[in-house]
Design a protein around this ligand. Structure first.
Ligand code: MHF
Ligand code: KIV
Ligand code: MG
Length: 276
């Protein structure tokens, strides 16, 4: 049974305005996925700023080869479980594949993830016209949005695999334009995934909203990883940008604390976790 830790020291709640202040003050933001209440509690205790219920759960929890089979019902279910394990950590949930196929579906999905699930913010992949409209519509209804650009896993079939994005000059310029567009549409946060380190730096400097990188180099305002990757338990090949923080340590708690400390200090990600 899951038991809440009533004796834990109180921590100030992480908020959307608080994240903006962190960027302004140059304090690194730490984000990590969680899919259930027990891991959420570990994430909370380690002082992670943002817990992400990622649609990566389709791969690491359900065993699919992509994130595409994940349903909105499943995301609501996992979000509600994670919410019960958190108190001060900001909770963000991914819009699953096609839940954001048009503005009205995106609004309905956002309402469920926040209303039933307890998320504080929803994350949406891409910058297509209907996505920009959805970011604006959600934000207008007081649902903050985290955009997600670069290697957007829901586009795996369009990319022909989980391939690094923005390597050519015109592709890099396109990512910068998309980043400015999602910020203009009202996004309060951006996850930038699988792009060269120089592009991670360029996007981070171009935006006033915080940029959280995963395989986007050390210059982003924060970092995110899939929790099973940083615990070294993902079966098969892990992405090059991840790191096993449990190796040489004695507990999940210690591993997450080390990840938090290394992101805050700038020790993670190192050059070997980035792309040129
Ligand atoms: N366990 C896990 N970790 C993740 O980071 C993750 C998921 N699952 N599922 C959803 C997406 C898919 N992601 C992935 C998966 C694989 C690579 C990968 O193997 N990339 C190659 C780079 C290939 C290139 O150079 O273009 C690598 O070597 O890391 C990258 C992102 C990121 N997300
Ligand atoms: C890898 C992160 C950014 C994500 O979108 C997920 O876990 O689904
Ligand atoms: Mg995702």
């Amino acid at each position: 049974m899951y038991v809440e830790n009533a004796s834990a020291p109180a921590r100030k709640s992480v908020t959307v305005p608080g994240l903006h202040a962190m960027k302004a003050e140059g304090r690194k933001i730490v984000m990590l996925t969680a899919y259930d209440a027990s891991f959420a509690s570990q994430v909370e205790q380690a002082g992670v700023d943002i817990a992400l219920v990622g649609d990566s759960l389709g791969m690491v929890v359900q065993g699919h080869r992509s994130t595409l089979p994940v349903t909105l019902d499943q995301m609501v279910y996992h979000t509600a479980a994670v919410a019960r394990g958190l108190s001060a950590t900001l909770l963000v949930t991914d819009m699953p594949f096609m839940a954001d196929r048009d503005v009205s579906h995106a609004l309905e999905a956002g309402a469920r993830l926040v209303g039933e699930g307890g998320a504080a913010m929803v994350k949406i992949e891409g910058a297509a016209p209907h996505i920009l409209e959805s970011i604006h519509a959600l934000t207008e209804r007081a649902i903050p949005v985290c955009a997600h650009l670069g290697l957007t896993p829901q586009s795996v079939h369009k990319f022909g695999g989980f391939k690094i994005q923005g390597r050519a000059q015109d592709a890099a310029d396109r990512v910068v334009s998309e980043a400015l567009a999602v910020q203009q549409a009202g996004a309060d946060l951006l996850v930038l995934e699988g792009v060269p380190t120089v592009l991670g730096e360029r996007v981070t400097k171009a935006l006033h909203i915080p940029v959280i990188g995963i395989g986007a180099g050390p210059h982003c305002d924060g970092q995110v990883l899939v929790i099973y990757d940083m615990l070294g338990i993902t079966p098969g090949k892990r992405p090059k940008f991840s790191k096993d923080f449990l190796a040489g340590r004695h507990s999940v708690a210690e591993a997450i604390q080390a990840y938090v400390a290394d992101v805050r200090s700038g020790a993670f990600p190192a050059a070997e976790h980035g792309f040129n």
